[in-house]
Design a protein around this ligand. Structure first.
Ligand code: SAM
Length: 264
């Protein structure tokens, strides 16, 4: 078959390293969950996934849809693979959940929207496990803890919404065609299905980190009056000089509860 030209605007870096593909499959949780893949590309990961699980794959690129349809004609016919030609973010806008019933998201994500996709998977109440390839720096943000250099809204939300989150392994640029400019990592997150993602909490956290090196109280003035900040600090026993990366996720959660309860 003629070599397919990767499209930059869709973040296309095709994973060609069979050792890495095997390692992703070995990382799949042992459960009865359905699988959703975002961006099947040329179908290398899809081919491995469909050996073990039924899945739905969302692909935006019309040219790739044609290739995938002929490559997986049998699996599609047998109902093992459902191929959906759409922008996955639009799919989420329309239907809230990418699958009816518990599912695991397993994907080599397009990097330009990877963070957005993971946050949407947090919101999606049917999604339980997230096992995705992302840029290493992004994976580090999602797994960062208090006082880490990479600690931000992403690490805080992940800590509060998950039972487990970690980087499974790194993947070098040479494993892809074309090779990206950055190192990648496989990020693993097991969500706590009793927790809900609150978009407004995310907005609150972004305001807290707007100037990451400044005092948290300074950043909070964009949301609250000085009196209100003092009151919250006193009630929660927060040090006046604390910086955003020095505050634990549970303390952020308590602060937000007070803000939400109308103290501004
Ligand atoms: N899974 C393949 C692999 O591992 O080789 C391809 C991964 S490539 C990094 C990202 C894939 O996501 C591409 O196939 C791209 O066309 C697709 N994609 C990009 N933006 C998308 C979107 N908004 N919705 C669905 N798929 C998208």
């Amino acid at each position: 078959m003629e070599k397919v030209k990767a499209k930059k605007q869709y973040g296309q870096n095709f994973l060609k390293d069979t050792t890495i593909l095997d390692k992703i499959i070995q990382s799949m949780p042992m459960n009865n969950n359905y699988v959703v893949e975002i961006g099947p590309g040329l179908g290398d990961l899809t081919k491995n996934l469909v050996k073990y699980k039924d899945l739905t794959a969302y692909e935006v690129d019309t040219d790739l849809i044609g290739i995938l349809k002929s490559k997986f004609a049998i699996e599609i016919e047998e109902g093992k693979l459902k191929l959906i030609h759409t922008d996955v973010l639009e799919a989420w806008d329309k239907q809230k959940s990418l699958h009816n019933g518990k599912y695991d998201l397993i994907a080599n994500l397009p990097y330009y929207i990877a963070t957005n996709i993971i946050l949407r998977a947090f919101e999606d109440v049917s999604c339980e496990h997230i096992i995705v390839m992302v840029q290493k720096e992004v994976a580090e943000k999602f797994t960062a803890s208090v006082n880490d250099k990479e600690y931000s809204s992403l690490g805080i939300i992940t800590e509060l919404i998950s039972i487990d989150s970690k980087i499974l392994f790194d993947v070098p640029p040479e494993s892809f065609d074309p090779p990206p400019k950055v190192t990648s990592s496989i990020l693993y997150i097991k969500k706590d299905m009793s927790k809900n993602f609150d978009k407004d909490f995310n907005k609150f956290l972004k305001a807290c980190f707007i100037q990451p090196r400044k005092k948290l109280s300074k950043n909070l003035t964009s949301l609250l009056s000085k009196d209100c900040i003092s009151e919250i600090y006193k009630e929660l026993n927060v040090d006046d000089n604390v910086r955003p990366h020095e505050v634990s996720s549970s303390l952020y959660s308590q602060m937000y509860t007070k803000v939400k309860n109308g103290r501004n």
